[in-house]
Design a protein around this ligand. Structure first.
Ligand SMILES: NC(=O)c1ccc[n+]([C@@H]2O[C@H](COP(=O)([O-])OP(=O)(O)OC[C@H]3O[C@@H](n4cnc5c(N)ncnc54)[C@H](OP(=O)(O)O)[C@@H]3O)[C@@H](O)[C@H]2O)c1
Length: 259
């Protein structure tokens, strides 16, 4: 049986991904911040998929040595990770001078540093064995500067560019290991509250997509060795068009959408 390691696999998009992997007989290792969330997810998933093994590891991934702790847990338990999903992340919406520096610094640690370190720690083993896959969850905001979402969008631009560049390197090195990046539009999950976007219409608008659809499209893209996916075909096509527009216009559109 194969094993997938999913950060933030206990809620939202991550939980939907956990279900898809479990349905395909992958054993799960889920890493999240809150013990109660992990326990609830483990019980829920065990009821749905009693035949698979579900390990959980509680870790605040913004802490120093967090990724090393995850890597050690995997090593000490002799777990062979076939797929790594870097999904844990959060947003921060608002005028830059109103944003909490500590919160945004934690966001950079989680959305950027953690993705970087997890990828570095697990990619080496995968390349050595010449097998394995990494799925990184970015965002549609990765394609342009986003006023009032400046720091978050920049973290997701890192995730997108880092993933695509690594995947290119792996192909050039004739490795069978692949990296896929998913760039969803707005998804109604706990993300909305955490990002200070509680009352925003965007999450119920035509730009919204369900966590199930995001997970399904990302899962299919990963298993088809796709470089990048924008979940829901319509948004994939729309993005092909919008990314050709001038940045100044894209920023105006984004500002309008985020109101
Ligand atoms: N929702 C959207 O509109 C949207 C759009 C594009 C991209 N995304 C991206 O999709 C990914 C998943 O977000 P989601 O929408 O599914 O949000 P979510 O429901 O809030 O899930 C986030 C997950 O990340 C975990 N997490 C958060 N902070 C953590 C920390 N410090 N240490 C360890 N785990 C932590 C959470 O675990 P706990 O509950 O235990 O804290 C939770 O399992 C994120 O990377 C997000 O940026 C979301």
């Amino acid at each position: 049986m194969k094993t997938v390691l999913i950060t933030g696999g206990s809620s939202g998009i991550g939980l939907e991904l956990s279900k898809l992997f479990a349905k395909d007989n992958y054993n799960l290792v889920i890493v999240s911040k809150f013990e109660e969330e992990l326990e609830a997810a483990q019980t829920y998933l065990h009821e749905l998929f009693p035949h698979i093994n579900i390990e959980t590891f509680q870790q605040d991934l913004t802490e120093n040595n967090a990724t090393q702790n995850v890597h050690r847990f995997i090593h000490d338990n002799n777990i062979d990770v076939d797929v790594l999903v870097n999904n844990a992340g959060f947003g921060s919406y608002g005028y830059i001078n109103d944003a909490d520096i500590e919160k945004e610094s934690d966001m950079i640690r989680l959305n950027v540093l953690c993705v970087y370190q997890m990828t570095r720690l697990f990619l080496k083993d995968m390349v050595k064995k010449d097998k394995g896959k990494i799925l990184n969850i970015s965002s549609i905001t990765a394609f342009q500067p986003s006023p009032y979402f400046a720091t978050y969008a920049s973290t997701k631009a890192f995730v997108k560019n880092f993933s695509q560049a690594i995947n290119y390197e792996l192909k050039s090195q004739k490795s069978k290991v692949r990296v896929t990046v998913a760039c969803p539009t707005s998804v109604k999950t706990q993300f909305q509250q955490a990002a200070n976007m509680g009352g925003m219409k965007l999450f119920d608008s035509w730009m919204a997509v369900s966590p199930e659809t995001v997970a399904k499209d990302a899962y299919v893209a990963l298993h088809s060795n796709k470089d990048l996916v924008v979940p829901k075909k319509f948004f994939q096509y729309l993005n092909e068009f919008t990314k050709r527009l001038p940045t100044s216009l894209l920023m105006k559109i984004s500002d309008h959408q985020l109101k």
